[in-house]
Design a binder for this molecule. Structure first.
Ligand SMILES: Nc1ncnc2c1ncn2[C@@H]1O[C@H](COP(=O)(O)OP(=O)(O)O)[C@@H](O)[C@H]1O
Ligand SMILES: [Mg+2]
Length: 263
């Protein structure tokens, strides 16, 4: 079913008289509840694509449609979690989430309901205990948890994640991956995640969208990850489907579309 449709999207950036074509003819249909990862080498245009879906960056051609309606500005039904925890440093964990909740549900929910909803989302990412802390007092992994809680608290149709675990150490990253899998299982929401980590993409995704190198990056291949859920990372190490999926992505990235560093 077509829930989100990316329809013949091109993106060009103009700098003075020079034009760079970053994305060329991107077509993708995502179903409700799907977990889709976008993987590709650095600079190919992954964040640009996510920002287009978020409505933060306008397209040069084509369109993005959510439930048949064109998306061309930001909205709470498409919440974004960025790599660099974008929490407001002067607000507590609670108030960072409250800001989003009040904005989206200020009129619909009573004060008590909003409080319960804020706590519900903080508990979902296991951050209820740190509600009164400020961002400077918590770890990077905890900040990302709060960022995810803030995104989820907007009750978005789609949660957009731009390398959400990219800045974290391996163990913290694994914990957060497990949390996001649990949340996805519990809520059944649609998630689009950018990553450059092959294992992360295979572990979390229903489908992996592989992008070619830029300029004029396209979708090279889309891989279905046919692994049962719930997925357990330890069980997958020796799973043939897992190994095959991993190999397919690695081959795409390191044989067919090798990264060539710009001079
Ligand atoms: N606002 C902008 N103006 C001009 N060029 C941009 C802008 N944003 C991104 N780019 C260029 O688009 C390309 C893709 O960037 P990006 O989407 O951030 O890649 P990725 O997330 O895959 O690493 C890069 O070459 C980058 O320099
Ligand atoms: Mg990026």
């Amino acid at each position: 079913m077509s829930y989100l449709k990316i329809d013949h999207v091109d993106k060009r950036f103009q700098r003075g008289t020079a034009t760079t074509e970053v994305l060329k003819d991107i077509n993708l249909v995502i179903g409700k509840g799907e977990y889709v990862s976008v993987i590709g080498h650095s600079g190919c245009g992954k964040s640009t694509l996510l920002n287009i879906i978020a409505g933060l960056t306008p397209v040069s051609a084509g369109a993005v449609l959510l439930e048949g309606k064109e998306v061309n500005s930001p909205g709470p039904e498409r919440a974004v979690v960025f790599q660099n925890h974008s929490l407001l440093p002067w607000l507590t964990v609670y108030d960072n989430v409250a800001l989003a909740v009040n904005k989206v549900f200020g009129r619909q929910k009573s004060k008590a309901e909003r409080h319960d909803w804020i706590m519900h989302n903080l508990d979902l990412v296991q951050m209820g205990h740190a509600k009164d802390k400020r961002p400077a007092e918590i770890s990077g992994g905890m900040k990302q948890r709060v960022g995810i809680a803030r995104g989820l608290a907007m009750e978005p149709k789609i949660l957009l994640l731009d390398e959400p675990f990219g800045a974290l150490d391996a163990l913290t990253r694994a914990h957060l991956q497990d949390s996001i899998m649990q949340i996805h299982a519990a809520l059944g929401n649609t998630m689009i995640m950018i990553t450059h980590d092959v294992d992360e993409a295979v572990l979390l995704s229903d489908r992996i969208v592989m992008m070619t190198n830029g300029p004029s990056a396209r979708i090279g291949e889309v891989l279905d990850v046919r692994l049962e859920r719930p997925r357990k990372r330890l069980d997958l190490v020796a799973d043939r489907t897992y190994i095959a999926a991993r190999e397919a992505v690695l081959k795409f990235l390191y044989e067919r579309h090798r990264f060539v560093e710009a001079a």
